[in-house]
Design a protein around this ligand. Structure first.
Ligand SMILES: Cc1cc2nc3c(=O)[nH]c(=O)nc-3n(C[C@H](O)[C@H](O)[C@H](O)COP(=O)(O)O)c2cc1C
Length: 222
């Protein structure tokens, strides 16, 4: 796929076909994604790839935690945005777009909970990639580099007909993740990416999230 087209076409995919993603394809995606730049070529990224029964058990355990009302304990910086800001407005606009597509009214608590749980189930994707970084690197230093590799993964996935959803939700219960994967606590879990063949018919996969035109975000100094 041509580069400009791939950047334009990438979007969050929140439902997938029941079709396995071959391991060699995921490895190819990760290898090309690792061409991302990083500060002083430190390459601070590490990956945990989950699929099959192990992934199914993890998603079930995360949803169970959520249902218990267990507090989330993210290991990455969690951004907040002021209620009266344009950022909050954009968040609400996205939620409206998604809930409208999914036909989930505001007052339908049951459906809203169902939707929330889908994120914690990696949207039932056949595979999930978690990007981690060694704790010796500190909390914020590797984030820009990890972001670059994260975007590369999503773009490279398109080349194989795969869709992705970057998701915080996949790493909000790190202790559950460790129980199910054996990943050391010396590794900070930063972000998850659900990956699989897109279910084109799923309404949320048909939305196109909005963007501000770059002209309104750019200051020219010349
Ligand atoms: C750091 C990060 C965390 C995200 N976490 C979630 C998440 O937990 N659940 C979710 O449904 N989408 C999540 N997303 C996807 C965003 O909602 C999505 O990228 C944004 O709305 C723009 O839509 P698009 O990806 O379709 O272009 C996340 C994206 C990023 C970059």
């Amino acid at each position: 796929m041509e580069l400009m087209e791939a950047i334009q076409q990438r979007k969050s995919i929140r439902a997938f076909k029941n079709r396995k993603v071959p391991k060699d394809i995921i490895m190819e995606i990760l290898n090309i994604a690792c061409r991302a730049p990083s500060a002083m070529n430190t390459q601070p990224w590490e990956f945990v790839v989950l699929s099959g029964e192990k992934l199914n058990r993890l998603r079930a355990a995360m949803v169970e935690k959520l249902k218990e009302g267990a507090p989330i304990s993210p290991e990455h910086l969690v951004v907040g945005w002021p209620n009266d800001s344009v950022y909050k407005k954009r968040q609400i606009d996205l939620a409206k777009l998604l809930f409208k597509a999914m036909n989930i009214p505001r007052e339908d608590v049951e459906k809203r909970v169902w939707w929330l749980e889908r994120g914690f189930r990696f949207f039932d994707a056949p595979a999930a990639i978690v990007i981690a970084a060694d704790r010796v690197l500190g909390e914020s230093a590797p984030l820009l580099d990890l972001g670059a590799v994260m975007q590369n993964i999503c773009l490279a996935a398109l080349h194989f007909g795969l869709g992705t959803c970057i998701e915080d939700q996949g790493v909000l219960y790190p202790e559950v993740f460790r129980e199910h994967t054996g990943i050391s606590s010396t590794k900070r879990l930063v972000i998850a990416i659900a990956i699989g063949y897109p279910d084109e018919d799923f309404p949320a996969n048909q939305i196109s999230s909005e963007r501000e035109p770059a002209e309104s975000l750019t200051t020219w100094v010349e």
